[in-house]
Ligand binder design. Structure first.
Ligand code: PLP
Length: 395
């Protein structure tokens, strides 16, 4: 079929200026290349390889049969908002009600709505560097400028509050945090969260807390939601999702929990962006929250085993090093000893070893010197991938 295209000149006229600041994600580029390699092992994508648990899928079938085929409120179905509020209290120690909750098309939409609802064009938002690649375009689409704060391996990829303080200007209005972190697997400690909350009060800032990997925690670490501290609660927007916890990436459902007035503004925005999240998806999410959580703990157990395979395997490749990630399902591997930059190394591993990884540069300037391996793949595949990487590096 013939493709119709615009000339380069026409394109410059037609596309909005902001598009030049919204590059194709570094993950997508590797993904596209990997498509053409038949025996490739995919360690680039950040989604659980498990299927959505059967009781959640069944709830969606039942919902469809009973007519969940219409628009819902832009804030989400009341029962689901109540269930999220109960979950936030039960699991995260955050006292809230449905008025604090907005159901969105994934955490991605919850993040965008948070930025759109709160940031003006002159505002700056501090984002983690390295951090999830979409934080930059999400800030830009929301009209704000993103400024990265470094997370360094020497600090265990932990936030350095004094460094963050130095980056705050009169334009700064929000700090985005992500714990457990994509890509480093780092986890923010309670004392750092408290120090950050105090800084937010001192400088009158909002905190946007992306907690989508909260269930993927290892080595006896604990996830703490900053909104659980009553003294900071009114300046925190908590973002979460069903994507990772219940292997529901394709369903597009997540939520934000915020002070009622911010949640109201986000719901209003949602009505003119997505209208609402699909009704049957919301019914499935309700079943996920109300049903047994055994499916979550089983999945996390599998990730623990895979994490061990990855750490042990990397330990045998002398050009690579990786401190055991405390959370999420990524190994952020230091490639300094290879003498290569992250894009060249990821390309070489893909082309010669048929293993897809993500170059650290895709996560910001401080991600250079690393590649990210997602261990959302079978133990068997992980072992094969590691031996392929080993032979590429020793050839
Ligand atoms: N936040 C982080 C840190 C992520 O890594 C991802 C997806 O990879 C998301 C948010 C997006 O999640 P969702 O599928 O709910 O939009």
């Amino acid at each position: 079929m013939a493709t119709f295209r615009l000339s380069h000149e026409a394109l410059q006229e037609i596309l909005a200026q902001r598009m030049s600041e919204i590059p194709l994600s570094g993950i997508r580029e590797i993904f596209e290349k990997a498509q053409s390699i038949p025996d490739v092992i995919r360690l680039e994508f950040g989604e659980p390889d498990f299927d959505t648990p059967a009781h959640i899928k069944n709830a969606a079938y039942e919902a469809l049969k009973s007519g969940a085929t219409k628009y819902t409120s832009s804030f989400g179905i009341g029962e689901l908002r109540d269930a999220v509020a109960e979950k936030m209290f039960r699991e995260n120690g955050v006292k809230c009600s449905r008025k604090n909750v907005v159901i969105t098309a994934g955490a991605t939409s919850a993040l965008s709505l948070s930025v759109l609802a709160t940031m003006n064009p002159s505002n700056e938002i501090l984002i983690p560097n390295p951090g999830w690649a979409n934080y930059v375009p999400i800030s830009r689409i929301g009209g704000a400028k993103s400024v990265g704060y470094p997370l360094l391996e020497k600090d265990g990829f932990n936030i350095d509050i004094e460094n963050v303080r130095k980056l705050i200007t009169p334009k700064t209005k929000m700090i985005l945090i992500n714990s457990p972190s994509n890509p480093s697997g780092g986890i923010m400690q309670e004392e750092d969260l408290k120090a950050l909350g105090e800084l937010a009060i001192e400088k009158d800032l909002l905190i946007l807390s992306d907690e989508v990997y909260e269930k993927f925690i290892y080595d006896g670490e604990r996830h703490v939601s900053p909104a659980s501290f009553p003294q900071f609660k009114d300046r925190i927007i908590t973002i979460n999702s069903f994507s990772k916890t219940y292997a529901m990436t394709g369903w597009r459902i997540g939520y934000a929990v915020a002070p009622a007035e911010i949640a109201e503004a986000m719901g209003r925005l949602n009505s003119s962006t997505n209208s609402c999240t699909a009704a049957m998806t919301q019914c499935a999410a309700l079943a996920a929250l109300k049903g047994s959580q055994r499916c979550v703990s089983d999945m996390v157990e599998a990730f623990k085993k895979r994490r061990k395979v990855i750490i042990d395997g990397l330990g045998e490749i002398k050009q690579l090093s990786c401190s055991p990630p405390k959370g999420a399902f990524y190994a952020f591997v230091n490639i300094g000893k290879t003498g290569m930059d992250s894009i060249s190394l990821a390309t070489k591993i893909l082309e010669q070893g048929h293993v897809a990884t993500v170059p650290g540069a895709a996560f910001g300037s401080f991600g250079e010197g690393y590649v990210r391996l997602a261990y959302a793949n079978s133990e068997e595949n992980l072992k094969v991938a590691l031996s392929r990487i080993k032979s590429v590096l020793s050839s």
